[in-house]
Write a new protein. Structure first.
Length: 150
């Protein structure tokens, strides 16, 4: 399942880039993230609690940063997580790009390709897509609060 999302952040491109490259800080902006710890320069482990329809997931897994291209304002990461209780798993690849709109506004473009296995995958794309869109809106709101205040 592929998602393409975009959001305009009222911050200059460089400070937004710096923020987005700090994985633990970014993780605290994502709804449902409970813990993130660094394993090495590109690998992190963490826990995400999220509810999709009637199922609550407690996903535990890893995030691997595969690309940090400051010259072209692009980054990519891979995530793998599973929930033993719900017998489900998520594998995703995400890329992002920052485009300067003005000196104080940046467009964040996010493209995600996700495979959802187990019970959660049975819900179908409309429910999962709606949850992903809601999470992105909350994430962007949290970034704005952290970078520009409320």
């Amino acid at each position: 399942m592929k998602f393409n999302q975009r959001a305009v952040i009222p911050v200059a491109r460089q400070p937004l880039w710096d923020f987005l490259m700090d994985v633990p800080k970014v993780a605290r902006s994502l709804p449902g993230v409970e813990a993130v710890s660094q394993i090495d320069d590109t690998t992190y482990q963490g826990t995400l609690k999220v509810r999709v329809g009637p199922i609550s997931l407690n996903l535990q897994g890893k995030i691997i940063v595969e690309q940090r291209d400051r010259e072209n304002w692009r980054a990519a990461l891979r995530a793998e997580a599973s929930d033993r209780m719900a017998a489900g798993a998520v594998k995703s690849k995400t890329s992002m790009e920052l485009k300067e709109i003005s000196p104080k506004e940046t467009e964040l473009l996010v493209e995600t390709d996700v495979n959802i296995l187990g019970k959660i995958g049975e819900f179908g794309q409309p429910i999962i897509r709606k949850k992903a869109d809601t999470m992105l809106q909350e994430f962007v709101g949290n970034i704005k609060k952290q970078l520009v205040g409320s």
